[in-house]
Design a binder for this molecule. Structure first.
Ligand SMILES: Nc1ncnc2c1ncn2[C@@H]1O[C@H](COP(=O)(O)OP(=O)(O)OP(=O)(O)O)[C@@H](O)[C@H]1O
Ligand SMILES: [Mg+2]
Length: 303
């Protein structure tokens, strides 16, 4: 990991920092990120799939030289998987060994097996630990997938940045982690949690920004092809598909096209590579029944 960097001291510096690691952010995102770093408040990012929500935490960790700790949320996520659990198998072995050795000091044994040695630290607890490189970046990804009970628990952690383990005591972060929370908005996150965070809706990028992303992520792509790809995707997003392509799909598609040595978009090459762009059969069928010609015409005119 690179050496820990100090926090950016302006919105422009934040933009530059992200740019230098290939992340092209709108100014509004850089502003809210700058404020979240300065004020030490968690940043809550919502947006469609593949618009760069998760990536921002990764880039932040790389640019600031901080450890990235990721908690991927899912239905049924509980404290044992997110915060800590006791290593009961190892505790059991320790008890058996003590019994075999004729060790009868129960008090001592109990304090031994409930020591840090037998504690399995999960991401939320890891994020509260001091780190030589500075407070880590804690990514709580796709919070909308977790249950509401877990969200309530999280609220407590994000308020105090501490966790109490009854058998062991309280762990408090010497310096609060940099927290990024993301959601795809499959359900609303409670106001109480949002209130503790700064909020930003991550939208699809402008054509200009998406072009910069493609050029940076798909080295070797021709100028004509990159422009046509971006125009095509931007046009597609206006077509009322079930699932619009995100930036991730644009990058995938551009990569696929360059692998096929395409220099410009044609009906044939678009038809062959639709699977990199659209992931639902209904959307693909819609494309094949006329939409493609229209979009292709828009994307390739005057280039
Ligand atoms: N502004 C950007 N600059 C550079 N790369 C970007 C940008 N936005 C998205 N990307 C790229 O798009 C891809 C998808 O981004 P990411 O995984 O962060 O999306 P997401 O919003 O977390 O999607 P999901 O909701 O599906 O998890 C990544 O490869 C990322 O590098
Ligand atoms: Mg993500």
């Amino acid at each position: 990991m690179s050496k820990s960097q100090s926090l950016p001291d302006s919105v422009d510096a934040t933009l530059q920092l992200l740019n230098s690691h290939g992340y092209f952010a709108e100014r509004s995102l850089a502003t809210v990120l700058y404020l979240s770093l300065r004020l030490g408040r968690p940043l809550f990012l919502e947006g469609e799939a593949g618009v760069g929500k998760t990536e921002i935490a990764k880039v932040l960790s790389a640019t600031l030289g901080r450890k990235l700790i990721r908690l991927q949320c899912y239905e049924g996520l509980d404290v044992a998987s997110a915060v800590y659990e006791w290593n009961s198998a190892a505790q059991m072995i320790a008890i058996r060994l003590a019994e075999a050795a004729g060790d009868s000091d129960r008090e001592q044994l109990s304090s031994d097996i409930f020591s840090e040695r037998y504690l399995i630290k999960r991401p939320l607890l890891q994020a509260l630990e001091p780190d030589v490189g500075g407070a880590p970046v804690l990514l709580i990804d796709e919070l909308d997938r977790a249950d509401e009970a877990f969200e309530a628990y999280l609220l407590e952690i994000l308020s105090d940045f501490q966790v109490t383990i009854p058998e062991l005591g309280t762990f408090k972060a010497p310096q609060p982690p940099i927290v990024i929370v993301t959601s795809n908005r499959t359900r609303e996150i409670h106001d109480a949690l949002k209130r503790r965070c700064l909020y930003h809706w991550v939208d699809y990028p402008s054509a200009e920004r998406e072009l910069a992303i493609v050029k940076s992520r798909v080295p070797g792509i021709s100028a004509t092809l990159s422009q046509q790809v971006v125009r095509f995707v931007q046009e597609l997003r206006d077509q009322d598909f079930y699932k619009n392509p995100g930036v991730a799909e644009t990058i995938d598609w551009a990569t696929a096209l360059t692998q096929l040595d395409a220099r410009a978009l044609t009906a044939e090459v678009v038809g062959d590579t639709l699977g990199a762009l659209l992931k639902y059969q209904d959307d693909i069928a819609k494309m094949q029944s006329g939409t493609m010609e229209k979009v292709l015409k828009e994307a390739t005119s005057d280039i």
